[in-house]
Every structure is written in structure tokens, then in C-alpha cells.
Design a protein around this ligand. Sequence first.
Ligand code: HEM
Length: 159
Amino acid sequence: MNDVAIARAIHVICVVIWIGGVAMVTTVILPMVRRFDVPEKRLALLEAVERRFVWQARIATLLVAASGFYMVERLQLWDRFHSAQFWWMHAMVLIWLIFTVILFAAEPLVMRRRARPGPPIAAEVKLSRMQRLHWVLLILSVITVLAAVAGSQGMSLLP
Ligand code: HEM
């Protein structure tokens, strides 16, 4: 196995761990938490899950970027960022940027604010907003994965 194949394997494994985790939180954990029969404990339950997952996701995002830019440099793919045909390259970097801001900047802020007690109705609104945001990010990530797999095989999803 050469260095590019190793970088590609690291890239894909980390994408699977990270986006798989987002899918699990979106489709299983969040709906389960929203139906938990002690409303005051719902946010605390979600925080407990997040605390365990956030470090996995942070490490995965760092390795995705390191392996991704390694491939860009090693295969001299920088020109792709000047062409709309390779929109999926821009999409990968954009998704990575959005998650990086959420995981490294927004998440610690939100956690600190959530630690303050509030009425259960406010918690419900927060959970519903979080679920919507998770769905949007999951759908964008799945589209990006589809386009990246097709694109790296030489197919373009644009006419
Ligand atoms: C800094 C961010 C990223 C960079 C620089 C980057 C770069 C790359 C490069 C250079 C390739 C190989 C393209 C080729 O062989 O033609 C690739 C493949 C791929 N990337 Fe990324 N990527 C990044 C983030 C992401 C993210 C966030 C996802 C998922 C949402 C993702 C999913 C994939 C997939 C599925 C492949 C195809 C692997 C294959 O089929 O061999 N990447 N990426």
C-alpha cells in the first residue's frame, strides 16, 4: 500500500466514524431523548451522549483534514478548487469547516449555557432546533459523500 492509499483509507475510516456518529445521534439518540419520560432530564441525557462523542468527532475531523490536504498536495489537486466541475471538493471543505466551527467553538459555548437551569419548555425548543440542525447537516454530508465517491472515480454529478 502506498502513502496515498493509506491517506485515502484514513480519510474514509474517519468520515465513516464521524458522519456515522452524526447519523446515529440524528436518527436514534435525539428522537429517543425527546421522548424520555422525565422532561427535566432530557437535555442532561443528550449532554452525556455528546460528551462521549465529541472527542471522537473532533479527532476524526482533524484526521479527515490532514489526510484530505495530504492527498491534495501529494496528487497536486489544487487546480480543482478553481473549477465548478469539482464542486464536490469545495463541498468537502465546506462541510469540514462547518463541523469544525461547531465542534471546536460553538459546542463548548452551548454546553456552558446549557448548564444553567431553565424551564422544560425552553429545553424542548432547544431539542427541536438541535434535531432540525442535525438533519440539515446529515443530509448535506450524505450528498457530499455521494458526490466525492463519484467524483474520485471520474464521474461528475453536474451535467
Ligand atoms: C478539509 C477537508 C477535506 C479535504 C481537503 C478532502 C480531500 C479529499 C481528496 C483529495 C480526496 C481524493 C479525491 C480523488 O481521489 O480524486 C477525497 C476523497 C473523499 N472524501 Fe474528502 N476531503 C475533505 C473532507 C471530507 C469530508 C468532510 C467528507 C465527508 C462528508 C469527505 C469524504 C470523502 C469521500 C467519501 C472521498 C472518496 C473516497 C474514495 O472513494 O476513494 N471528505 N477527499
